[in-house]
Design a binder for this molecule. Sequence first.
Ligand code: ACO
Length: 443
Amino acid sequence: MANNTLSVTDNRTGKKYELPIEEGDVIRAADLRQIKVGKDDFGLMSYDPAFTNTASCRSRITYIDGDKGILRYRGYPIEELAEKSNYLEVAYLIVKGELPDREHYERWENNIKIHTMVHENIKKFMEGYRYDAHPMGMLLGTVGALSTFYPDANDIHDLESRRLQTRRLIGKMPTLAAFAYRHTKGLPYVYPDNDLSYTGNLLSMLFKMTELKYKPDPVLERALDVLFILHADHEQNCSANAMRAVGSSQPDPYACAAAAVAALYGPLHGGANEAAIRMLMEIGSVSNIPAMIRKVKEGERRLMGFGHRVYKNYDPRAKILKEMAAQVFEVTGRNPLIDIAIELERIALQDEYFISHKLYPNVDFYSGIIYQAMGFPMTMFPVLFAIPRTSGWMAQWAEMVRDSEQKIARPRQIYVGEPIRHYSELASRPKPTQREDAVSEAI
Ligand code: ACO
């Protein structure tokens, strides 16, 4: 039987070390600390900007095999969930670890729905945003503000409190998102309608006008549900990492979720589908695709909606969305950008550059086209991502709180600044020209 250790020889000292290799083919970074040149030496550290090769936790929530294009929540393949389940059931699975039986599902649905209303003060708070405020910025602020409405949420080590905050936030996210959208349109806010499904109610709060009761189109309601299933969790991505890192100093989960929304706001994360749509609009027609491919290969551009840190194969979520787009277009009319997208994908996947770089469409390549066909402005795309990701964030946060190995997140650094120097009086400091480079580098 193979010895599950890593033998290390430090050529600076000639000393040998045996480091245990643990489950998951990992070594503990802290084990490197014993490798020292002298007694007072701090010990060896690993340097890993952007954590590209560092596991920060053990998790039971989401499994991804990027080389094979596999995504599973709690062991269930994403394809099966997208075909057979609905978002609220998937949220239960992600948060609690198992699929519910009928009784637990009904209780869960009811428990989420009784939290769809928000305090009237939230409305007033929202009215304070400028008429043209970005809905994601508004969502970020109001999720953080929930912290002030629920001081009981501080009790993060209490299981019942964690459960309550989870139900509250999953229940309220659609309402906050819809209020942000209505604010940008100058339309009155629509209160939740709990007769409708989770996504049907969201559509009602977004699009209801003068009708007494909003009737969501069943195809669009289901499409949104599938989109929500696909976006519910994605293991240790930027926003999940923000949720855990902020959570590690033990504030309430609303403060953590605000940080996660902020992380999702960026164009390299939740904002990528907007960038993909803008690129497709810029290409404009199928005949312009070769010119764009040429620019990408010459390193002038990136194909937005292509490539992924983890998937080095077709993103399974993109495959599901590509097929779903046709159903949505039967209701909404065809989004002409789909023709450019399909042809771009066809050409790219035959091209040596994309093959050798293992670049395939990711979830953002098709989600924006569907959202746009459904009538959403691009500024709503990251908001529509944040709603379902809330179940993932809360599950990641709760797992972190319960994990006895976790401590306050506090990476090390390699200091590359000035060695010690001594304070000089204002009058005797060097002239600005001599200090210019140093000062401009610092901002
Ligand atoms: N178009 C063209 N070339 C690309 C692309 C792309 N979209 N993505 C990566 N490459 C190339 C890089 O130029 C680099 O080539 P080189 O080795 O010849 O220099 C190589 O592939 C590796 O690229 P990295 O940037 O090192 O890969 P990384 O894992 O850091 O980046 C990322 C992943 C950010 C997703 C990247 O592929 C990208 O920018 N894609 C476009 C934006 C996008 O679609 N983001 C959505 C991600 S999914 C999500 O967040 C839900």
